[in-house]
Design a protein around this ligand. Structure first.
Ligand SMILES: Nc1ncnc2c1ncn2[C@@H]1O[C@H](COP(=O)(O)OP(=O)(O)O)[C@@H](O)[C@H]1O
Ligand SMILES: N[C@@H](CC(=O)OP(=O)(O)O)C(=O)O
Length: 567
């Protein structure tokens, strides 16, 4: 029996998947149904997503979605380039959608790209998440009768009702959710308890409302849009409430849902950022503060989009936190590794996990300013010309704890290190930077753990107690990590300049760590000296033309090509 297939692919897909389609068709053409299913599965896995139906196979390719449907007898193969495909994801943070006026501007911004078919990801409006968390904490102690008068609840209600009124969309879009929110807070007040699971449900109201308002507004101005709650479209996560991880199953599920709806009835998808659904509990989870960036990159990978755009209130990723040093400037180009390291070491501009899906899917990320569209922003890709900038940014993480641990036992180094890290593992505490010698180890912990659970004093005491069974421990609080992100293959040059500056400023470095990442050197200093040190380092590396000088002096990178490969 002759097998035959109908292929559909958008024009934007032709560049790369045409070959894949041919490969697939020739490979599938001579197979039995069972083999076809197996090959289909392999293709889906390789390409990051897909689905196998009884009589159809859909594979999501790099540049879009390729549908492959089997037809019974008649041989037919066609490419249909007429349907525009979802090709980018645009994420707008709380600062970008803080008011009705901002929502109008964001809608205008989206529609100013008529050739793009974007998926929109939104965070909660302005400071809504913080207000909801505060409301939850207050509700625990305020008594049920006082819930309705809580300032935080009034703030959230007024902000959302005012926004729907100003955008002239129906109040019903949010009024039901606001009632439910009040009921939830009353429940918390009644139980006098706010669990992590309840916290996640509580904050989810922020994204659920912002996306509903925005989608309604787009529809009102004639741009057909469809709202989605991430927890309903396949964002499957671990059950680590307040800091859940995205599970692999998410990618094909999200692609299937968004693409399927788009093919059936095209409408701009407006998806809640930050939210997921726990795979065991089936309850709403959140991806950690700032998690909407991760929602966007997950969608980018799931659908193999051309670009992920993350719109903020700054001109891109800056050379340092503008709140710490006002002379911070935009960084034009970063690698995924540099951006991940920068986020992990404290730059709040990106969620620490958000680069992972983008890197895995090799989808470029562009960080842009929704208040200043013309600014070029920052492009984050697999590799960059390393001769262009020796250092890309300086990140400061304050209020960390430094632990100096000296072995008292006759353990070999491997035994000692293994024991130390097993203690951290047992206590579920992650370590930031590490420096070791034969019998001692220095490491840093982040007590505020903004991206995960709180490391409270009690836990810190517990760590010390456990470590003291095998070592002498010196716990030093009030320290900062200054991370120098850039081409660490040139570490001698970076360190020479950095130590020169720090010595001149009388700053003593208490620990130094250069990981295998090849993009980060971390220096630990006293909190009291940290900001001054960052300002001095920024001046030395970015304000006096040092990066440019290095480029003209010896523009060649270590591998000669100037481009550091990602591996
Ligand atoms: N290196 C950095 N580059 C850019 N912004 C930074 C950096 N470090 C800290 N920030 C802060 O991050 C903010 C943007 O991140 P965020 O508030 O999460 O945006 P959004 O809510 O729009 O997603 C900026 O307003 C800035 O104050
Ligand atoms: N609203 C959530 C998620 C988020 O990503 O927000 P933003 O994009 O504004 O950082 C938070 O405040 O953490």
């Amino acid at each position: 029996m002759a097998m035959s297939y109908l292929f559909t692919a958008p024009t934007s897909c032709f560049a790369r998947p045409r070959k894949s389609l041919r490969d697939l068709s020739s490979r599938l053409g001579s197979q039995s149904f069972l083999e076809w299913e197996l090959l289909g599965k392999a293709a889906c896995e390789k390409r990051g997503g897909g689905q196998i139906g009884k009589n159809s196979l859909t594979v999501f390719c790099q540049q879009g979605v390729v549908s492959v449907a089997r037809k019974d007898e008649a041989v037919s193969q066609s490419f249909d380039g007429s349907t525009a495909q979802l090709n980018i994801v645009m994420k707008f943070g709380g600062s970008s959608v803080a008011s009705a006026e901002r929502m109008r501007e964001v809608a205008d911004l989206i529609l100013s790209f008529p050739n793009e078919c974007p998926i929109i990801v939104l965070s909660a409006m302005g400071k809504t998440t913080n207000k909801l968390l505060l409301a939850g904490e207050k509700a625990v102690g305020c008594g049920i009768s006082h819930v309705s008068e809580m300032d935080e609840l009034s703030f959230v209600k007024e902000l959302h009702l005012k926004t729907v009124d100003e955008l002239a969309v129906d109040r019903l879009i949010v009024s039901g959710l606001l009632d439910e929110l009040e009921q939830l807070l009353k429940g918390i007040a009644m139980m006098k308890e706010l669990t992590l699971r309840t916290k996640d449900y509580l904050v989810s109201f922020g994204e659920c409302m912002s996306t509903r308002i925005f989608a309604a507004y787009l529809n009102k101005i004639g741009a057909k849009a469809r709202q989605y709650d991430a927890f309903d479209i396949g964002f499957i996560t671990t059950d680590d409430f307040t800091n859940a991880d995205i599970l692999e199953a998410t990618y094909p599920a999200v692609a299937k849902r968004l693409h399927g709806d788009w093919i059936r009835d095209p409408a701009i998808p407006v998806v809640t950022g930050f939210l997921g659904k726990g795979w065991k509990s089936c309850a709403v989870t959140t991806l950690g503060r700032g998690g909407s960036d991760l929602t966007a990159t997950t969608i980018g990978k799931a659908l193999g989009l051309r670009e992920i755009q993350v719109w903020k209130d700054v001109d891109g990723v800056l050379t340092c936190d503008p709140n710490i040093h006002p002379k911070a400037e935009p960084v034009p180009h970063l690698t995924f590794d540099e951006a991940a390291e920068l986020a992990y070491f404290g730059a709040q501009v990106l969620h620490p996990q958000s680069m992972r899906p983008a890197r895995e899917g090799d989808v470029p990320v562009r960080v842009k300013n929704s208040y200043n569209r013309q600014a070029p922003g920052t492009l984050i890709t697999r590799s960059r010309d390393m001769s262009k900038a020796l250092l890309t940014s300086i990140v400061l993480k304050q209020n960390i704890t430094l632990l100096d641990i000296v072995s008292t036992r006759m353990l070999g180094q491997y035994g000692f290190l293994a024991k130390v890290f097993s203690i951290f593992e047992d206590l579920g505490i992650s370590v930031d930077s590490v420096a070791t010698s034969e019998v001692s180890i220095s490491l840093t912990l982040d007590p505020s753990k903004i991206w995960s659970r709180e490391l409270i004093q009690q836990e810190l005491d517990h760590v010390v107690e456990e470590l003291e069974k095998i070592s002498v421990v010196n716990l030093l609080q009030g320290r900062s990590i200054i991370s120098l992100i850039g081409n660490v293959q040139r570490s001698s040059l970076i360190l020479e300049r950095a130590f020169n500056v720090l010595r001149k400023n009388g700053v003593n470095v208490q620990m130094i760590s250069q990981g295998a990442s090849k993009v980060n050197i971390s220096l630990v200093v006293n909190d009291s000296e940290a900001k001054q040190a960052v300002a001095a380092l920024h001046e030395a590396f970015f304000e006096d033309g040092f990066n440019a000088e290095i480029q003209s002096d010896d523009g060649q990178s270590q591998n000669g090509s100037g481009v550091l490969p990602y591996n």
